[in-house]
Design a protein around this ligand. Structure first.
Ligand code: GRF
Length: 197
């Protein structure tokens, strides 16, 4: 299965996928990495792995829908079977998620704490368990059908950074495991229910 991975930052989720796809038995390869900004470690990771990259910055386009189109065209040039948004900090339009199957990873247990502040809001609310969610992207903010989730404990003395780092350990393992199973076994969607295999 051909994967195009989208990143905006450090790219540790991307790195986990790059490491997993080094084994042909994994069933998927990262054919390109896209970003919405230059100079990020996620792009450097792709370059070190010899994977082609592309950058499309929102501010270079007159309107958001022009950026959506440019992003979808850039992704489309690599003919992905699945687009993986892994720490990609932009909402994408239907031009992209309607054209290719697309999953996104979110550092909270959806439907709790959608948006940019998942770990911080979990701490503020005082939950004792949070986690990460892999879901199929739709037009909402972290609202799409859920493919996989992993639970992570909140410790009494957590800071936002410590909690997010603990979530990311579980998140990377879940992402690698689930994308591999999607590649090897396929998946189907009925209503909001996603089944692998
Ligand atoms: C992940 O927790 C992702 O869910 C969130 O930002 C983080 C990105 O981490 N949106 P990385 O860039 O993969 O290291």
């Amino acid at each position: 299965m051909r994967l195009v991975v989208l990143v905006s930052g450090s790219g540790t989720n991307l790195q986990a996928l790059l490491d997993a796809t080094a084994d042909p038995a994994y069933g998927a390869q990262v054919v390109a990495v896209g970003a919405d900004r230059d100079g990020i470690e996620g792009l450097a990771r792709a370059e070190r792995a010899g994977v082609p990259t592309f950058v499309r910055r929102v501010k270079d386009y007159p309107a958001r829908e022009d950026w959506d189109r440019a992003m979808a065209d850039a992704v489309g040039q690599h003919s992905p079977d699945l687009v993986v948004s892994a720490g990609f900090m932009k909402l994408v339009g239907e031009r992209l998620f309607g054209r290719f199957p697309m999953v996104n990873t979110h550092p909270a247990l959806c439907p709790a704490f959608p948006g940019m502040r998942g770990p911080a809001e979990a701490l503020e609310y005082g939950v004792k368990v949070t986690g990460a969610t892999l879901f199929l992207v739709d037009e909402g903010v972290d609202t799409g059908p859920i493919v996989a989730q992993v639970a992570v404990p909140v410790e009494d003395h957590d800071t936002e950074a410590a909690l997010h780092e603990r979530i990311k350990v579980g998140e990377r393992a879940m992402l690698v495991d689930t994308v591999g199973r999607m590649a090897r076994e396929g998946w189907s969607v009925e209503g909001r229910r996603v089944r692998i295999g």
